[in-house]
Design a protein around this ligand. Structure first.
Ligand code: ATP
Length: 306
């Protein structure tokens, strides 16, 4: 009886794991709002990364045919460099990251990675090459270790913990009741936006992709959290082709190029210093954020002393 029971028990475990993996993938896609109509072309080939250069060529896109969102966007992220996209809310910044991940197909123009149109490559190989740190990270109702290992299932415990250290979330995890085995989610430990984003960074460290896309959370973070996240990101972005969708301009001062998007078009582009000197849209966004930060800090100080 026992002889029969063991394999059955094992098969049950495998079945449960597969089922869970399917549920996780479905959850992920639901949250990302992915539409199922994107399919591999019949002759799709695996993406071959030689250097990791990303190019947008006259990209046009609309979610609904009557309302164009991107109206001819061209830029290049050279291999190993960091390009930041900034602009007012609704300008189309996150749409750019969704198109690169091919959650939607462009309506015009093309997106190339090392010269290969992403519509002609296998989606699995495209997504395996891109590390996506989204605005809102999906955490599963499982342990924190499971949530980090999601970046690469065969990672060892030591690798998971090393990734957490690099993402500056290790200390926080060790303070939790059961450390890495603490449950997170609805009935477990609740993580703030900044902590979730660091879990996403740890996942990306494990995945070690040649291309990194960071969609910065919109919410204002306190200066300390922002520094921690920034430090983690700088380490992950080093020597990787990185596209940063930025809401806080302070995080992208060092980018190789900043692209200012306005109503679906590139309004300005250049380094931080050049754009500030230009005195245009970027300069006014920068000044406004500085004023808002100064006001926030003043309020925080007043709260501290009262
Ligand atoms: P924010 O800074 O507020 O995050 P953003 O520049 O990243 O804004 P996007 O998220 O790219 O802006 O959205 C651009 C426009 O597309 C917005 O007007 C938004 O309402 C619209 N949009 C986004 N997602 C969808 C969707 N799934 N269906 C229809 N319209 C959408």
């Amino acid at each position: 009886m026992i002889q029969l029971y063991q394999p059955l028990n094992f098969m049950g475990m495998v079945y449960r794991e597969i089922k869970q993996a399917i549920i996780d993938i479905e959850k992920m896609f639901n949250v990302l709002g992915r539409e199922a109509e994107i399919k591999d072309a019949p002759d799709a080939k695996p993406l071959v990364i030689s250097a990791g250069t990303v190019r947008f060529e006259d990209v046009r896109f609309a979610y609904e045919p009557t309302r164009p969102i991107l109206k001819g966007i061209s830029f290049e992220v050279p291999a190993g460099k960091t390009i930041a996209i900034v602009g007012p809310s609704g300008a189309g910044k996150s749409t750019i990251s969704r198109l690169l991940f091919r959650l939607y197909d462009v309506s015009g123009g093309k997106i190339l990675i090392d010269g290969q149109d992403i519509r002609n490559v296998m989606q699995a190989s495209l997504r395996a090459s891109i590390g996506m740190v989204p605005q809102d990270t999906v955490l599963f109702n499982d342990t924190i270790r499971y949530n980090i290992r999601y970046g690469r299932w065969d990672a060892s415990d030591a690798e998971v913990e090393e990734a957490a250290r690099l993402a500056q979330i290790d200390h926080f995890i060790r303070m939790a009741p059961k450390g890495y085995e603490t449950q997170v989610g609805e009935r477990g430990l609740k993580l703030s936006g900044g902590e979730k984003q660091r879990v996403a960074i740890a996942r990306t460290v494990l995945k070690a992709p040649p291309i990194l896309v960071l969609d910065e959370a919109t919410s204002a973070l306190d200066t300390h959290t922002e520094h921690e996240i920034q430090g983690a990101l700088d380490r992950v972005a080093k020597n990787r082709t990185s596209l940063v969708i930025a809401h806080r301009l302070s995080t992208i001062v060092g980018a190789d190029e900043i692209i200012v998007l306005d109503q679906g078009r590139i309004a300005e582009r250049g380094t931080h210093a050049k754009l500030l000197a230009q005195g245009g849209l970027y300069a006014s966004m920068w000044n406004r954020q500085r004023e808002a930060e100064a006001a926030r800090e003043k309020l925080a100080k007043m709260a501290d002393t009262s």
